[in-house]
Ligand binder design. Structure first.
Ligand SMILES: [Zn+2]
Length: 206
């Protein structure tokens, strides 16, 4: 009896390992980042957001996060909202540089936003092959991931650009695009709508 259970559990292990590789292996056609890594979530990540201080109202933050979430959802990179911090996967906070610095020492002067992934909650999944040649490392993100939006004298479009950009990092877009017209470009702009490059890079492995 005991032996039979062991055989079954070994079989389950083989099946699940097989699935992981089957889901990860593939040929991808688009690569718009300076990173050789790309990430995805094993489950639809739930996004929570809140303000660290009064430098941005909850209502304004709500507008920026809702914009960013719908941009990626419409691009085929799913994410949902939750009001429950503890069960959330992506935690977005707005605040002044000083407020953020108190809880995230990695923030630098001049940053408009920062996404803090935890390598401990990511594991290497397998490789995708860009145009059949160059292996790109796939990572499955477990979370939680922390996103910070730095407040200052910025336009609504600039905040939406930063929020959409940082959420992209949290959803698995590692590194930056070299195209200044894209949201995932490495510098802040006022572009608030994802371009086809932004979309196809991340949604091709969803
Ligand atoms: Zn970035």
């Amino acid at each position: 009896m005991k032996k039979k259970v062991l055989v079954i559990s070994l079989l389950l292990l083989v099946i699940s390992v097989g699935n992981v590789f089957a889901a990860g292996l593939g040929n991808i056609q688009n690569w718009y980042t300076n990173s050789s890594e790309i990430g995805r979530w094993g489950t639809t990540p739930k996004v929570w957001y809140g303000t660290l201080d009064s430098s941005m109202t909850q209502l304004t933050l709500d507008g920026h996060v809702t914009h960013a979430r719908s941009q990626w959802n419409n691009a085929g990179v799913p994410n949902s909202y939750t009001s429950d911090f503890n069960s959330s996967h992506i935690r977005v906070r707005s605040g002044t540089y000083n407020s953020i610095k108190k809880i995230e020492v990695g923030i630098q002067t001049g940053d408009t936003g920062l996404t803090k992934r935890s390598p401990a909650t990511e594991f290497s999944e397998s490789y995708w092959y860009y145009q059949g040649k160059y292996p790109k490392s796939g990572k499955k993100i477990g979370g939680p991931v922390y996103v910070y939006l730095v407040t200052g004298n910025r336009t609504a479009a600039a905040y939406k650009n930063t929020t959409t950009h940082e959420l992209g990092h949290a959803l698995g877009y590692f590194g930056h695009s070299s195209n200044s017209k894209t949201v995932m470009y490495g510098a802040a702009t006022e572009i608030t709508t994802l371009t086809s490059n932004d979309k196809v890079h991340l949604n091709q492995i969803q």
